[in-house]
Design a protein around this ligand. Sequence first.
Ligand SMILES: Cc1cc2nc3c(=O)[nH]c(=O)nc-3n(C[C@H](O)[C@H](O)[C@H](O)COP(=O)(O)OP(=O)(O)OC[C@H]3O[C@@H](n4cnc5c(N)ncnc54)[C@H](O)[C@@H]3O)c2cc1C
Length: 455
Amino acid sequence: MTLALTNVDTGVSIIGAGPVGSLLAGILAHNGVDVTLFDKEHNTLEGPRAMTVNARTAQILDIFDLRENLLSSPPMFHGHYGHTKVDLSTVDTPWPGMWKIQQQDLNNELLIWAIESGARLIRAAKLTNLSTNLDGYVEAEFEGAAKSAASRIVVGCDGEHSSVRSMTGLGEEVSSGHRRFITANLRASHLPTFRFEKFSEGAVVSTGRIDEETYRIMMHLPAYVPSLSTTEDIERAWKMITGVPLQGKVQSWGLQTDRNQLATSFNSSRVLLAGDAAHSQLPVGGCALNYGIEDAFSLAWRIALCLKTDTLDLFDDYSTERKFAAHRMQKFVRNQTEDLYGERPSVERTDATDVESKPNNFAEFLSGVDIDYSSCGTKASTLLHSAEITGDTQQRKLKDAQRTFSYCIPSSGEIDKPLDFAQNEEAHRLLPTGNEEISKAELTVRPDGYLISGM
Ligand SMILES: Cc1cc2nc3c(=O)[nH]c(=O)nc-3n(C[C@H](O)[C@H](O)[C@H](O)COP(=O)(O)OP(=O)(O)OC[C@H]3O[C@@H](n4cnc5c(N)ncnc54)[C@H](O)[C@@H]3O)c2cc1C
């Protein structure tokens, strides 16, 4: 239900009802947190945006019983790192592969789920000011359907040009881009297949089929293509680059550069950032949305715990871990960008050659399951992988435990019934395996599936 309210009193305000804000609102509402989503638009953003989700996102959706419905078509078992094809089928995760789904569809489903779980949605409410008062409340002011909101925590999921980021003084580290790109969706029955096909003066074109009637094109624009402002300009640019007319009707399009933006910190007291508000870059390798989904998942349990204990310590960990992950991801994006659009052949760069010698590392990167936080100064290390717990039943129980943010207390090799996260004071979950080899070790696993001790 979309509401129009004047003054809102809520536990958590989420600014931005994109996919990241919607998932975060859904998880929090699912766990009984009073949460309100504000968005400046009347509807979910349309246009050419993310099209694939990876294994880690599939796992997160599965925890909330959203996977089966959203990812109904079979996964693809290969991806690409730059030009190199990577086999995803052997990655140790419950859901290996990559799924096609249009961002708008994912966004709308997550939004419906969030509202059904109890989140409020206030549309046409544009954030105009943020301030923290001495009572530990953050006051947000809006233009439009809401006037103000007082909440214990505010999360900026308001995209690349985040108002929350700039209003909070959370700076940004920017590496300026020098390449221009256009991404467009068009209605067409057939387009030639180009996979990063090089044309004159550095122009590069890719095409991909979305469904029976829709194609996605991406063009790296050379200097001779003037600025674009209409769909006719896009058709003209295509013809200038490829030499043939564009056989289709442009439905939506967006301009991008290879600029990277990374917030200096993802938290400032009670204000947090997630998704594109915290990190944005060229969508090479399909990382952007998936990293935002992981931000939301990694933040939700911390918010629930912080609200309960009124301590903010866990937000520093969140910022350290997710900034570390985003920084690393942006390095991989830059390398792939050079591989796909640069002058030098890919073989000159070490990680391009590594793809061939260590394909599984890159399969894990593309699947979103390879992040190891042990080197960034927090207590967590790697994600708990399927092989570390045995049997379907235990996997199932791990999922159940995560769904309710519970901790499992070990007894005689069996997992005890999950406890309610909200009633458990301990900041860890103990998971026995019943497996002879590792039964002596006790796994301490966080609600987001990261190991904090054991093994
Ligand atoms: C042209 C293009 C192509 C892309 N292709 C891909 C791809 O192939 N693969 C991939 O992974 N990613 C891709 N991306 C990136 C992907 O779309 C983003 O990573 C994703 O949208 C991030 O989600 P988000 O929820 O963080 O932010 P967004 O989806 O940007 O949502 C932000 C929300 O905040 C709202 N908002 C903004 N300011 C305010 C305010 N002041 N007050 C209230 N509400 C506000 C907006 O209305 C919006 O609903 C692409 C992006 C673009 C632009």
